[in-house]
Design a protein around this ligand. Structure first.
Ligand SMILES: Nc1nc2c(ncn2[C@@H]2O[C@H](COP(=O)(O)OP(=O)(O)OP(=O)(O)O)[C@@H](O)[C@H]2O)c(=O)[nH]1
Length: 354
């Protein structure tokens, strides 16, 4: 998981709490319409607006889950609508019955605290308009109860918020550390994670052992999948990965265990054939080419070459002038093989001269 996906997770968590908030508001608005307290005015404009806006926003987000809706704005808007609803209904409640105000306040606080357990700002924006309205309509008669009702969840959410922030910081530090360690490990790794072949570091390590073991004829093969960009573009990157895995296995199977097969670049492989004669090296290269061809991995975009995945190979001897020179020669031969039609093997001039 990267730092980016971590932030995306936090955002997703907030959007989930918004969905819960909208749902609770829609239910509460329905309940208010269906079963009005004190049998006063049943339907008010703001309660209809709460129902419509909550439902509409829920549907809007359901259509595109990635759509981000401003939590603060929505919580404030619904808070104001509820406050408006209370003003209208209160004028119709018989004998200025304060229990109506307390019940409605507790309902709003309940919705706010359940939905925004980790979001003090959204909770405050939602509950403040209603609390102030209740204090005003009640004319200070039950001010202590009203303040207590909002202070209690407010304090709870603040403490929960502090604990959550500490947990988040701890998790993020842990994640950064894990990512760093993962990078260190992959830097130290000798094996390519996708194909299981040696990576360049692994190759270097094996090469030193081969060279230390004494003299012998060694040959470098550079292999490149033909028109692999077109394969990726048309079949998708994950199919491309599957093709790479199958080609790697075919190459590995076509050589001896003492030969070194390396994933040299994206879709490029390198094989070091150790202690081998030139003609056998050439035969081995041909066997590799044929094995990959025989996989019959469909590649209809392998222009003018075949209808399946093929590889081109450049072959060069490893001489005293070192691996870099052998690779340079093999690369030149590979380049020519590509230009001459692909799905073929070309040897370096150095090999032909030998
Ligand atoms: N799926 C997948 N694709 C990769 C990976 N590494 C490199 N590639 C792709 O390999 C393709 C290499 O394309 P190019 O270098 O343009 O060569 P090409 O299309 O094979 O053409 P020729 O070599 O001229 O036949 C690019 O599209 C890379 O994105 C990998 O790990 N997985």
């Amino acid at each position: 998981m990267s730092a980016k996906t971590w932030r995306a997770l936090i955002k997703e968590k907030h959007q989930l709490s918004l969905r819960l908030f909208l749902l609770l508001n829609a239910i509460s608005a329905c309940f208010n319409i269906a079963s009005p307290t004190h049998h006063a005015i049943t339907i008010t404009v703001p309660v209809i607006l709460v129902l419509l806006s909550s439902t509409a926003l829920l549907l809007w987000q359901a259509l595109d889950k990635k759509r981000l809706i401003s939590i603060n704005l929505v919580s404030l808007l619904l808070g104001v609508l509820w406050a408006w609803h209370i003003v209208i209904k209160n004028s119709d409640v018989p004998n200025n019955d304060a229990s109506f105000l307390i019940i409605v306040l507790l309902t709003i606080l309940f919705i706010g605290s359940i939905s925004f357990i980790n979001n003090l700002r959204a909770f405050t924006l939602h509950c403040l308009p209603v609390t102030l309205t209740v204090l005003w309509l009640d004319q200070g008669e039950h001010w202590l109860r009203v303040l207590y009702s909002i202070a209690l969840p407010g304090i709870g959410i603040t403490i929960q918020h502090i604990i959550q922030r500490r947990n988040d910081k701890f998790t993020q530090r842990l994640m950064d550390k894990l990512l760093k360690e993962k990078k260190t490990l992959s830097d130290l790794s000798m094996v390519d994670p996708l194909t299981g072949l040696y990576n360049r570091r692994g190759f270097q390590n094996r090469l030193e052992n081969v060279l230390a073991a004494g003299s012998g004829n060694h040959y470098v093969l550079l292999l490149d999948i033909d028109h692999f960009k077109a394969y990726n573009d048309n079949y998708g990157h994950s199919m491309g990965d599957q093709a790479l895995i199958r080609v790697s296995a075919a190459v590995r199977d076509a050589v001896r265990s003492r030969d070194i097969v390396t994933r040299y670049g994206g879709e490029e492989f390198m094989v070091l054939l150790t202690n081998i004669e030139a003609n056998i090296a050439l035969q081995t290269a041909e066997r590799i080419r044929q094995r990959v061809y025989d996989l019959k991995i469909l590649h209809l975009f392998n222009e003018q070459v075949a209808t399946n995945v093929t590889i081109s190979i450049g072959l060069a001897p490893l001489k005293d002038d070192g691996i870099e020179e052998a690779l340079r020669l093999a690369d030149k031969a590979l380049y020519r093989a590509k230009n001459q039609g692909r799905n073929s093997i070309l040897t370096s001039d150095a090999l032909q001269a030998a």
